[in-house]
Design a protein around this ligand. Structure first.
Ligand SMILES: [Fe+2]
Ligand SMILES: [Fe+2]
Length: 191
């Protein structure tokens, strides 16, 4: 059994803060479904994992820590949520592995198609909602200059490390290139 996606969405909406749900989780779900349909992956696994992939940091978004372990915490939490909903063992395993491997710079790396899709969709959402990420860093207390620097590193890391599927790169390319162009332009004045 895979669980009702409306129930999963409701749990996600309750757990994440409003901005996180609206400007990160929903864009991840959108991109994950786009890729899953294109690549004929398991839609239920991908959609459920997209909603739950950051559940391990749902309660601490306002106190973001760069080196946190939310993928580990999230994999456990996702497992618990799905078991409580009565989902089957195989489905729970698949979803919790997608959560565990979604970060791209933390072990383990995504392996299955569904795991790769969730990691790619996470990166694509950062491009889609670039300005939300930017304002989030600023609100976390970084200076404007260091935020520009951090954004550049984050966007490059997303592009180079997380977008392992060529189909994801193809969709994200115009946004990544636009972001790079604007960051380069800004750097001319702050360096
Ligand atoms: Fe994450
Ligand atoms: Fe995420």
């Amino acid at each position: 059994m895979t669980g009702n996606i409306e129930q999963i969405r409701k749990i996600a909406e309750e757990r994440y803060c409003r901005a996180d749900f609206k400007y990160h989780i929903l864009p991840v779900v959108k991109n994950a479904l786009l890729l899953a349909e294109k690549l004929e992956a398991d839609l239920k696994v991908v959609e459920t994992a997209a909603y739950l992939h950051d559940i391990g940091r749902a309660s601490e978004r306002e106190e973001y820590k760069a080196s946190n372990d939310h993928h580990l915490l999230g994999a456990k939490e996702a497992r618990k949520i799905l078991e409580d909903l009565g989902c089957g063992k195989e489905f729970v395993e698949k979803v919790s592995y997608c959560v565990l491997t979604h970060r791209g710079r933390k072990e383990p790396e995504p392996e299955s198609l569904e795991e790769k899709i969730v990691a790619c969709a996470d990166a694509m959402a950062h491009f889609d909602c670039f300005l939300d990420v930017f304002s989030f860093f600023l609100r976390s207390g970084d200076s404007f200059e260091s935020t520009v620097e951090k954004m550049e590193a984050k966007m490059d890391r997303n592009w180079n490390k997380k977008l392992t599927l060529p189909e994801a790169k193809e969709i994200a390319r115009p946004k990544y290139e636009a972001i790079r162009l604007l960051i380069e332009s800004m750097k001319e004045y702050i360096e």
